[in-house]
Every structure is written in C-alpha cells, then in structure tokens.
Design a protein around this ligand. Structure first.
Ligand code: DX5
Ligand code: ZN
Length: 216
C-alpha cells in the first residue's frame, strides 16, 4: 500500500493559496492537511472556515482537518459541511472522546484521533474501533517548522501493533518535522500517512519533494 502524503497548507503562501493548492492537487499527494488553531488549545492561531471553503473550491482531494481547538464538538458539523473529508481531534483536553468520534462519523466524514508526544498510545485501545486515522504528533502542536521528535518512531511501532490487533483499518499518520530523512523510518514503523508542511513548501521544488517523500 502506498504512503498517503498530506502536505500541510500551514506552510503554504497564503497570498498565493490558489497556486499552492493547485500544486498539491497536481502532485502525487492524496490528502491536503488543514491545521486549525484557536490560540487556546495551542499558543497560535491559524485559519478556519473561509480558508477551508477556498481550499475546497480548488481541489477534490481528501481534506484532512486537524483541529487544535477547545470544544471541537461545537464546530464538527460546520467543518464537515464546509468540505472536510476527515476531521481529527486531540485525545488531550477532550472529556468525551468516544462521543466525539461518533459525532464525526455521524457527519459522514472519517474520524481521526490525535496524540501529543506525551500521551501513552495504550490509552486509546477502547476507542480504536472508532478511529479511521490515528495521528501521532512528532512535535508539540502549535507551529510548523519544528524539529522532529525521534522517539516518535517507537511510538508508531507501538501504535502499529495495537492497530494490527484491534483495528487494522486504522491509518497511522505522523505530523511534525517530517522530511525525506525520517520518512523511511516512519514508514518502516507502520506509518501510512505522512503530513509535511515546511519540508514541502520550503523546498526548491515542492512537487518533486512530495514525490521524494512518497518514494523515500
Ligand atoms: C503542527 C501542525 C502541523 C504542521 C506541520 O501543530 O499540526 O501539521 O503544519 O508542519 P511541519 O511539517 O513544518 O512540521
Ligand atoms: Zn497538523
């Protein structure tokens, strides 16, 4: 099974968003990663609905919405309506994970669960049957361009074991500091989807870089 590359538009040039979406659209990347930050859940603010609409207008690829916001239950319906194909929520800071995952699925989109670097993988075992995408953060969420946390590789291996046992359909995804150097390690550990922002958009040839991530 080939790797699903999910370029993060957090690193795109917002003054040339149409160009950058088109670049992803015409590339081998299957997903577009869309980071929503509210300045409360993480110490940074990114973008929301109007930008999602703009992205949706220029691609029919899978839009993978990563919510780094408090009270995501209030906004899931709207994100689904505005064009998200998958919505991921954090394990941390949410009291009712089971219900959140159900809520996402009820909107007819793929349900994702995200784990920060400190959260034990084993905590998710009783909801894994509801998880379409398990996102293992490889940086602390909030900013693009951070350094990859090497311990992530072991965590992906652990997640892969758990998924093989409890829900082999779950797509394991990694987000933060992903590049062509760590991509092979992550794939070997069991990651099926790789998010990459800076590495793609700061490279001299983003289209080619996406291809390199795919083949790494
Ligand atoms: C970080 C975001 C990431 C970010 C990744 O909180 O969740 O998706 O865009 O960016 P890079 O690839 O630059 O680390
Ligand atoms: Zn993200």
């Amino acid at each position: 099974m080939s790797t699903i590359i999910a370029p993060s538009i957090l690193a795109a040039d917002f003054a040339n968003l149409e160009r950058d979406i088109k670049l992803i659209h015409d590339s081998k990347a299957e997903w577009v990663h869309f980071d929503v930050m509210d300045g409360l859940f993480v110490p940074n603010i990114s973008f929301g609905f109007p930008i999602l609409q703009a992205v949706r207008k220029h691609t029919n690829k899978f839009i993978d919405v990563h919510l780094m916001i408090v009270q995501p239950e209030k906004y899931i319906k709207e994100f689904a309506k505005q064009g998200a194909d998958g919505i991921s929520v954090h394990y941390e800071g949410n009291l009712h994970i089971h219900s959140l995952l159900q809520q996402i699925r009820e909107e007819g989109v793929k349900a994702g669960l995200v784990l920060n670097p400190h959260t034990p993988i084993s905590l998710i075992k009783d909801v894994l049957h509801l998880v379409d995408t398990l996102l293992i953060m490889s940086v602390n969420p909030g900013f693009g361009g951070q350094k990859f946390i090497p311990e992530t590789v072991k965590r992906v291996e652990e997640a892969k074991k758990l998924c093989d046992e409890l829900n082999p359909n779950t797509i394991i995804q990694v987000d933060g500091g992903v590049n062509v150097e760590n991509a092979p390690l992550l794939k070997a550990a069991g990651a099926r989807s790789l998010v990459a922002g800076s590495a793609v958009f700061k490279s001299s040839n983003p289209t080619q870089y996406i291809q390199q991530l795919l083949e790494a």
